[in-house]
Design a binder for this molecule. Structure first.
Ligand SMILES: Cc1cc2nc3c(=O)[nH]c(=O)nc-3n(C[C@H](O)[C@H](O)[C@H](O)COP(=O)(O)OP(=O)(O)OC[C@H]3O[C@@H](n4cnc5c(N)ncnc54)[C@H](O)[C@@H]3O)c2cc1C
Length: 308
């Protein structure tokens, strides 16, 4: 294990912004995680766990503490059950299980990041969420390694109990899958990736969707009453009103703050055109939230996670 000093967060996140972290370490084995945490504790440092940094807005000031990247890559198959280390890349994992004829996550192909990052935010796409195939998650809770059952993970739309228990570190997860022909699964994943690339051009510096979509059934009656006459209800998909639609209605497309821009083709896609800052992105986010609240009475909530 190698502790690095002054690691630029811009190199650890897909948005490509952020100052430096005082220390950085990649953990490839469970036991090394304890060593990393002991180091942080001995030095009285804060720590933050990172996967691939694909859902992160890192502070321009950086992070005073230790960034722990989870790189644990175990993979064990037992029938339709698979145990996978938290640091495995999600797409690599999906390709592997597709090839084994294990069905359930094929439509999640193309979501960047690691297994742990996906569990933390209950990542999903096209009507599938990672929670659907998880049986249990293995964590380090600060004292010991232990298992958390799916029902204890408190999964919800782009959320999980891990957001509340910040000292729980995901080290792996066990999944259970259905069966289908590998060729069919491979085709579904390939088609999904092609579709996704229309929205996210390869190499774009972004954190995915910036704001969460709105779960219509959770809206208070008074909010619904104000909202519905102002929107095209045909836009509601899988019970969610896309934040991108509301943002487009308030003129988000093509807007910018410094080098942070809102895509011309999607109101909920903020990207770094080169040299963007967290300051710019927060300014743009506040402006967009304000406009949506004024016009529709809806409080947009960030899907991205702020670091530092
Ligand atoms: C182009 C693009 C498209 C995207 N499309 C989608 C999409 O369709 N659907 C979707 O859901 N998301 C999407 N995202 C967002 C992102 O890919 C997901 O949120 C992804 O699951 C994050 O994984 P990560 O490993 O990069 O996590 P990170 O961004 O590194 O971390 C995200 C959060 O997880 C926490 N975390 C990471 N590892 C651990 C761990 N081991 N233990 C505890 N906490 C941990 C971090 O502390 C952080 O708070 C997209 C992002 C991009 C860049």
């Amino acid at each position: 294990m190698r502790f690095e000093k002054e690691k630029p967060l811009s190199k650890l996140t897909t948005l490509g912004i952020g100052g430096k972290a005082s220390f950085f370490v990649e953990v490839k084995k469970e036991e090394d995680l304890k060593v990393a945490l002991r180091e942080a504790s001995d030095k009285k440092m804060d720590w933050y766990v990172l996967g691939s940094g694909s859902n992160i807005v890192a502070s321009d000031k950086g992070f005073e503490g230790l960034i722990i990247k989870i790189g644990i890559k175990d993979f064990k198959k037992n029938g339709r059950r698979v145990y996978v280390g938290a640091g495995n890349n999600l797409l690599d994992f999906i390709k592997k299980i597709n090839g084994l004829g294990l069905a359930g996550m094929e439509k999640m192909a193309g979501i960047p990041g690691t297994i742990a990052g996906a569990i933390y935010g209950n990542a999903g796409a096209y009507g599938t969420e990672i929670r659907e195939n998880i049986t249990r998650v293995k964590i380090f809770d600060g004292e010991k390694f232990r298992w958390i059952k799916n029902s204890e993970c408190r999964f919800g739309y782009r959320t999980s109990g891990f957001k509340k228990n910040k000292d729980w570190i995901i080290v792996g997860a066990e999944f259970s899958f259905g069966k289908r022909k590998p060729a069919e699964l491979v085709k579904i994943s390939r088609d999904t990736i092609k579709l996704r690339e229309k929205k996210y051009k390869p190499g774009l510096l972004c954190p995915g969707s910036f704001f969460k979509n709105i779960i219509v059934k959770n809206l208070k009656p008074a909010v619904r009453k104000e909202l519905f006459p102002k929107i095209d209800r045909a836009k509601i998909m899988y019970g969610k009103l896309p934040a991108g639609y509301l943002l487009e209605e308030v003129g988000a497309k093509g807007m910018s703050s410094g080098k942070i821009k809102v895509a011309e083709h999607h109101g909920n896609l903020f990207y770094n055109a080169g040299g963007g800052t967290a300051h710019d992105i927060k300014k743009l986010a506040v402006m967009m939230k304000d406009r949506v609240l004024k016009k529709f009475g809806i409080n947009l909530e960030e899907e991205v996670q702020y670091l530092g």
